[in-house]
Design a protein. Structure first.
Length: 86
């Protein structure tokens, strides 16, 4: 599969800085894998949207939008599982 470009929103980078250091490294590694495989095993499509998916990284969720035609994975939110869907 062709490689996708990763784009982080500014607000998502801010969310990431608030997380524990060990969680950040795991999340960044999981997001880097999305460039090669944008729909990894365990990813789920969110209801109410055509292009929005989420992956689990421990107690955290990464919500991203997959733009297949432009080959872009845009990271929209990275938050704890209790807060991500609010």
């Amino acid at each position: 599969m062709a490689s996708f470009n990763l784009q982080w929103r500014a607000s998502t980078r801010k969310d990431l800085r608030r997380l524990p250091r060990e969680a950040i490294s795991r999340i960044v590694a999981a997001v880097a894998k999305l460039a090669e495989e944008p729909l990894p095993r365990g990813s789920e499509k969110l209801t109410g949207s055509e292009r929005t998916y989420r992956i689990r990284v421990g107690d955290y969720r990464v919500v991203y939008e997959l733009l297949r035609d432009a080959k872009i994975v845009e990271i929209q939110r990275v938050r704890h599982r209790k807060d991500v869907y609010r």
